[in-house]
Write a protein that binds this ligand. Structure first.
Ligand code: GDD
Length: 420
């Protein structure tokens, strides 16, 4: 689609090369050239997206913030970075005792919405009413032994996607609650909108690769280029593609991308994994469902394509550091889902095993554990979900108007029967 109007635009580097995996079209990493490319005359090249076109996507986008025990001031900064027209949905799994951190978060969101004159929705992941709603709507798999929704970032993202579907908006994006730089959050959201606009398909996904992560080393700021789990995850995902094509590739740069956005037409068809397996599994599920190797349950998607845009942003990604063990856990969850995928070829499986054993994460002869994978959110009965949330979930708060409008709630499951 061409940019329109004589108004400021964002300029993304053009992506010339793509790697195909069936209907999945992965674009090589493209940089943000200019955050605001001004009122340029003419249209030299593509990659320019007008402010108007960005706004049109933002008006149709829900931004989900998964949040677990983050600082109030940091959350406030994140909220301030989300463009006004996006609808904010905060899914919290923060402690409620001895201090009720959820109440503090909900109050923070309320105050922000009051000052900014905009709506938002908040809910607590461990609210028994939310568990009842998910069960009533047809996803008992989400519920643990205590009768509540399982803990995990993937689970929070799934809930966020379900709430996004209730709003009738077309897109959902994710930003973490522990980002110290509101300008980075803002840039991510602008890039989501620009990328979703540029992608020429109803089934796009935009994934962020942040430019650098600042760290203190010997009293100096050092801007490291890649995350500690990304290199491993990307390496194995690329190896999988290469095993099929016979050509080495480095196309995937966003295997772990916590910051990403997609159309709900695509999102509601995907199966999401639990915990930190969620982002790498998005690639794996795309390959399984639309890669042309296994039978597809969505011929309508195959008839189009699934463009995956990967964009390198400009702001440093400055967030809370949760330690080496946390990163190692994340890395292994990514490899677990790839290892168990039916599209994973034996050579890649063997390489994963070798790596895990080498890392001391797996004993020789043992199998990597399986991660939880949930049915597509589109299989939920949304009307039941909403009615039960309203009736039973005390933490489900709709702040201001413009969130969920009953007439826009999808009336039936919107994707084919849940796969495997
Ligand atoms: N609601 C909810 N429930 N939120 C959660 C949960 C949960 O069980 N677990 C984590 N979160 C929230 C955190 O509060 C934070 O806002 C966000 O999810 C990311 O979690 P972190 O624990 O801070 O992850 P990270 O910063 O190490 O990793 C991030 O970046 C990776 C790529 O670099 C995450 O986004 C990863 O998913 C991502 O792969």
């Amino acid at each position: 689609m061409a940019a329109s109007g004589n108004v400021p635009r964002m300029r993304l580097e053009q992506s010339h090369r793509t790697e195909r995996f069936g209907a999945v079209r992965i674009h090589e990493l493209q940089r943000v050239i200019e955050l605001d490319s001004g009122d340029v005359a003419g249209d030299r090249g593509r990659g320019l997206v007008s402010q108007e076109d960005i706004r049109a996507v933002e008006r149709d986008m829900v931004v989900v913030i998964p949040c677990m025990n983050e600082t109030r001031r940091v959350i406030e900064g994140v909220l301030s970075g989300i463009p006004h027209d996006c609808l904010i949905v905060l899914v919290s799994n923060s402690g409620r005792q001895p201090v009720d951190r959820y109440e503090i978060e909900a109050h923070t969101v309320e105050q922000f919405c009051w000052s900014a004159d905009r709506p938002a929705i908040t809910v607590h992941q461990r609210d028994p009413g939310l568990a009842a709603a998910m069960k009533a709507a047809g996803m008992p798999e989400l519920i643990d032994e205590s009768g509540l929704i399982r803990t995990g970032k993937g689970e929070a993202m799934l809930i966020g996607m379900a709430v996004a579907a209730l709003t009738g908006r077309r897109y959902v994006g994710y930003v973490d609650a522990d980002n110290y730089v509101p300008g980075a959050v803002h840039e991510y959201c602008k890039v989501y909108a620009a990328g979703l606009h540029l992608a020429d398909s109803p089934y796009p996904m935009v994934r962020i690769s942040w430019h650098s992560k600042p760290k203190l080393r010997d009293g100096r700021l050092f801007f490291s280029r890649r995350g500690r789990s990304s290199e491993i995850t990307n390496g194995f995902l690329n190896r999988l593609i290469a095993e099929y094509s016979g050509f080495g590739t480095e196309v995937i740069a966003t295997g772990n991308a916590g910051e990403h956005a997609l159309s709900l037409d695509l999102g509601l068809r995907l199966r999401l994994a639990g915990g930190f397996a969620v982002e790498p599994y998005e690639y794996v599920d795309l390959f399984e469902r639309f890669g042309g190797i296994l039978d597809t349950d969505s011929p309508e998607v195959m008839a189009h394509s699934v463009p995956v845009l990967q964009v390198e942003t400009r702001n440093p990604h400055f967030h809370d550091n949760k330690g080496e063990e946390h990163v190692q856990g994340m890395r292994m969850q990514a490899l677990n889902v790839l290892y168990h995928s039916p599209v994973c070829l034996p050579a890649v499986r063997e390489a994963i095993l070798e790596f895990m054993i080498d890392q001391g994460a797996l004993s020789p002869g043992a199998e990597p554990p399986r991660e939880r994978v949930y049915p597509p959110v589109g299989s939920l009965a949304f009307d039941l979900l909403y009615d039960t949330l309203e009736a039973e979930a005390g933490t489900f708060r709709q702040i201001g108007d413009g969130g969920i409008v009953r007439s826009r709630i999808p009336r039936h499951p919107v994707s084919p029967a849940p796969a495997g």
